[in-house]
Design a protein around this ligand. Structure first.
Ligand code: ADP
Ligand code: MG
Ligand code: MG
Ligand code: MG
Length: 412
């Protein structure tokens, strides 16, 4: 199969084409027993669940175009290569946080990975009103460990530069982010759409030059400040949960960028879930629980980042020879606080952009889309747009996590 030219798998061809691979046979049993279904609900790729007599696996295969849009929007297969490399690094940096990779075939752009049986997508679970113990703790630690351990604070300069070069090849997916997150929400781009009742507020946002300057300033940071390997698409649709267990999936947008990008995108998706709750019933308690997850993400991110800064600062930045070894641990601590301050401001700005692009751009969020009453949907979305603007323009004035939660409550 390695020599065959790329061809998309189907439910019918998958057992023939993958049935001889020892890694799969070991996990699944004889290919004659395999049951295959295609479950891809994402925007880009094919995802098959394969179950045999001995167990289950997931086969994810890239298509040469954007699934959501069709063949008119080509997208290179090699995004699968970046997803594979990102999954391996995330698993090394935060063991057990992502599905285990069983097999990778670069020519077929396919990854065979652990099947998260019984797990559902977090976004869906939040819409259903479920709570998950330890979720914010898991996500905060995931961010701290993957972001710290992928940076010059931790890696050898040679390894980090090699990874920077490797992920710099993920040009097309990076380009999607640069367009969809930082630019297209702020003009009448062809694939944009929004709930019609939002017209006046959308007009105001698109006329706001200061806001557009801020968006481009953040885009420059994203494009040039290559601090660490980002997940790149870390929203509640890239997390799967089952009770108090959680895993992160789908890092095909991985690239080097500022730490606040992942943290901000993640927090924004909870803030939007908060704004959307009134569209799904009487949800005051659930809204507060969602805010408690945002608090836990940030506090656990900073706690774990602090722990790693003190115990694993083995990279070229802020070497211990300059600080701890000269009885100046206090100076390393103050540098850490400044670093986290920058992550916080970046995260707030990115969170603001994310709130806008999910309501005005191409890719929308199910928690808003599923609100059938258009007036109610627009009311929920309007709150998220106002919050987004406050985050984008008020980064320096939002002093900490409680200020962010207070601001969110005051708007929604
Ligand atoms: P895309 O890149 O197209 O968004 P995802 O990696 O997000 O693809 O996967 C799409 C869907 O497939 C997910 O929303 C989830 O429902 C399912 N899925 C993906 N990976 C797994 C897995 N390892 N175990 C179980 N289900 C999965
Ligand atoms: Mg996805
Ligand atoms: Mg994806
Ligand atoms: Mg995945």
């Amino acid at each position: 199969m390695m020599q065959d030219p790329y061809a998309p798998l189907t439910v019918e061809t998958l057992p023939q084409r993958l049935g001889d691979l020892p890694a799969l046979r070991d996990r699944l049993g004889d290919a004659g027993t395999w049951q295959v279904r295609e479950v891809g609900d994402g925007n880009l790729n094919l995802v098959f669940i394969v179950e045999g007599e001995a167990g289950g696996l997931v086969v994810k295969q890239a298509l040469p175009y954007v699934r959501l849009v069709g063949e008119s929007w080509p997208l290179p297969l090699r995004r699968s290569f970046f997803e594979y490399h990102a999954l391996r690094r995330q698993d090394a940096r935060d063991p057990g946080s992502v599905p285990e990779v069983i097999h990778f075939d670069e020519a077929q752009a396919l990854i065979v990975m652990e099947y998260l049986d019984g797990h559902i997508i977090l976004r869906r679970s939040l819409i259903e009103g479920n709570r998950h113990e330890g979720l914010g703790e898991f996500l905060g630690r995931f961010c701290a460990r993957t972001l710290f351990r992928g940076s010059d604070l931790s890696m050898s300069a040679a390894d980090r530069k090699a990874d920077l070069a490797l992920f710099a090849g993920n040009v097309e997916l990076c380009d999607i982010t640069e367009a969809l997150v930082f630019t297209e929400p702020y003009f009448d781009a062809p694939l944009n759409r929004h709930t019609p009742a939002l017209d006046p507020i959308v007009r105001d946002l698109r006329a706001d030059a200061a806001l557009k300057i801020e968006a481009q300033r953040l885009k420059a940071a994203f494009a040039t400040r290559a601090e660490t390997m980002l997940h790149g698409d870390l929203h509640t649709g890239s997390v799967m949960v089952q009770g108090d267990r959680a895993r992160v999936i789908d890092p095909e947008f991985a690239m080097y960028g500022p730490m606040g990008f992942d943290v901000g995108m993640l927090m924004a998706n909870f803030l939007m879930a908060h704004c959307a709750q009134p569209g799904h019933g009487d949800r005051a308690d659930h809204q507060e629980w969602i805010l408690s997850v945002v608090r836990a993400i940030w506090t656990n991110f900073t706690a774990e980042f602090t722990h790693l800064w003190r115990t694993e600062r083995t990279g070229m930045l802020f070497p211990r020879t300059l600080f701890e070894d000269q009885s100046q641990a206090w100076a390393a601590e103050s540098a850490r606080e400044r670093w986290l301050g920058q992550v916080w401001r970046d995260a707030l700005g990115i969170a603001g952009l994310e709130c806008h692009r999910r309501i005005l751009g191409l890719a929308h969020n199910a928690e808003f889309e599923r609100i059938a009453d258009e007036g109610l949907r627009a009311a929920c979305e309007a709150k998220a747009l106002v919050l987004g603007r406050a985050l984008l323009m008020g980064q320096g004035d939002i002093a900490g996590i409680e200020a962010l939660l207070g601001l969110t409550r005051s708007i929604s």
